[in-house]
Design a protein around this ligand. Structure first.
Ligand code: GNR
Ligand code: NI
Length: 167
C-alpha cells in the first residue's frame, strides 16, 4: 500500500487519454489499491489513474457518507445517460477551486471489476456526477474545462499564485 502523488492542473499530463486495460493483473490490482488509499487519505470521493500519472482506464469511487462503498471500475463506459443536474464540483487536481457543472442526472456505466467480470452500475445524484467526472479524467478532461475561458484563466492564475506561496 502506498500513497501516490496527485498531478495538479494545468499539468499537461492530465490531458493524456488513458489506454484500455486488456488484462487485469497484479499491477492493476496494486494500482487500484494504492488509488483507493490515496483517495481516502486526500480525502476525495473519486480518483482516476490519470491523476496519479498512470494512463490506464482505472477509476475508484466512494460517494457514500460512511466511506465504506468502494467501487473500482476498469474500462468504465457510459452506456446510458439522461436528464440533467447542476452541482458544485471540486477536484483533487484543482485544489481549492469549486464551481457548478452541468452533468447528466442518471447514468448507467459498464465496467470490469478486479476479477475481470463485466458489471453494470446505475447511478444518480452525486455518484452519477462522480462517475462522469472520473471518466472525463480518463479522456484527458478536467472539470474546469467545462467552465468559461475567463474562469479557466482565473483558476490558472490562482493556482500559480498558490504554488508560489507554498514553494
Ligand atoms: O473529491 C472529489 N469531490 C467531488 C465533488 C463533486 C464532484 C466531483 C468530485 S470528484 C473529487 C475527486 C476528484 O478529483 N476526482 O477526480
Ligand atoms: Ni478530479
Amino acid at each position: 500500500m502506498s500513497l501516490l502523488p496527485i498531478l495538479r492542473f494545468p499539468d499537461p499530463r492530465l490531458k493524456k487519454v488513458a489506454a484500455r486495460v486488456d488484462s487485469i493483473d497484479d499491477s492493476i490490482r496494486r494500482l487500484a489499491s494504492d488509488m483507493a488509499e490515496t483517495m481516502y487519505e486526500a480525502p476525495g470521493i473519486g480518483l482516476a489513474a490519470t491523476q496519479v500519472d498512470v494512463h490506464r482506464r482505472v477509476i475508484v469511487v466512494d460517494a457514500s457518507e460512511t466511506k465504506d462503498q468502494l467501487l473500482t471500475l476498469v474500462n468504465p463506459e457510459i452506456v446510458e445517460m439522461d436528464g440533467q443536474q447542476v452541482g458544485e464540483e471540486g477536484c483533487l487536481s484543482v485544489p481549492g477551486i469549486y464551481d457548478k457543472v452541468e452533468r447528466a442526472a442518471h447514468v448507467v456505466v459498464r465496467f470490469l471489476d478486479l476479477d475481470g467480470e463485466s458489471q453494470m452500475i446505475a447511478a444518480d445524484g452525486l455518484l452519477a456526477v462522480c462517475l462522469q467526472h472520473e471518466i472525463d479524467h480518463l479522456q484527458g478532461r478536467v472539470f474546469v474545462e467545462h467552465l468559461s475561458q475567463l474562469k479557466q484563466v482565473r483558476i490558472k492564475n490562482k493556482l500559480a499564485k498558490q504554488a508560489r506561496i507554498t514553494a
